[in-house]
Design a protein around this ligand. Structure first.
Ligand SMILES: [Zn+2]
Length: 218
């Protein structure tokens, strides 16, 4: 099983590791910084041994990396793993923005139910089962979220059960939430965000989260 250094240190962008298994284009490695799609957070992009990774996917506690055609790697080979840090850091900022917004939504509307979430590098979205338009809540949600971001709280990330690879994040006095994603060290790293409501069908409400630097560019 690969040792997942993206949890211990989600700020690593390059790693010397070893190939542990090869099956055609699919390989496994002994240690990894390369996140595989999980909990709504998209996979990283990057290279292993200078070969582009086409797909990273979880298989139980293992992560299978599919490389571009023609790699010559064998089990035991030392390889350098590199991830696209611009993409990953945007995913981490939007992921944590979504964590904050979700917690605040639960507080404002205790009966609300999350039915989906997706974190991409350009925006995050959270879908709720909720019979009313959520738009009226957004200014208050945004203001509360920005206050938590501005307070630059420490974010603790750790195992609740190491054998089962169960993780959580915590901001003391705010929330402790189970999640296996990659989390920032400080809430201030999220930066300024904007929220939008999307209509996605009867009884469903979507909140989209953007990084404000993008909104200004658009
Ligand atoms: Zn998370």
């Amino acid at each position: 099983m690969t040792h997942k250094l993206f949890w211990q240190n989600p700020y690593l962008t390059q790693l010397e590791t070893h190939v542990t298994g090869v099956q055609g284009s699919d390989i496994t490695v002994d240690q990894t910084i390369f996140y595989a799609f999980s909990g709504g957070q998209e996979s990283d992009e990057g290279t292993i041994g200078d070969y582009r990774v086409l797909q990273a996917r979880k298989d139980g506690k293992e992560i299978i990396y599919t490389l571009e055609n023609g790699h010559l790697l064998k089990p035991g080979d030392p390889v350098t793993m590199r991830i696209d840090w611009t993409r990953r850091y945007r995913l981490m900022r939007l992921h944590f923005a979504a964590e904050i917004v979700l917690e605040l939504a639960y507080r404002s509307l205790p009966a609300i139910q999350k039915i989906g979430a997706h974190i991409a590098p350009d925006k995050a979205r959270i879908d709720f089962a909720w019979p009313e338009r959520i738009a009226g809540m957004l200014p208050s949600l945004q203001e509360q979220a920005l206050a938590i971001i501005a307070a630059n709280h420490n974010i603790i990330s750790s195992f609740s059960d190491q054998a089962q690879e169960q993780r959580y994040w915590e901001i003391a006095g705010f929330a402790r939430v189970p999640c296996g994603g990659t989390h920032l060290k400080k809430s201030g790293e999220v930066g300024e965000i904007g929220l939008k409501r999307k209509n996605v069908g009867k009884g469903k409400e979507r909140i989209e989260i953007y990084l404000a630097d993008d909104q200004r560019r658009a």
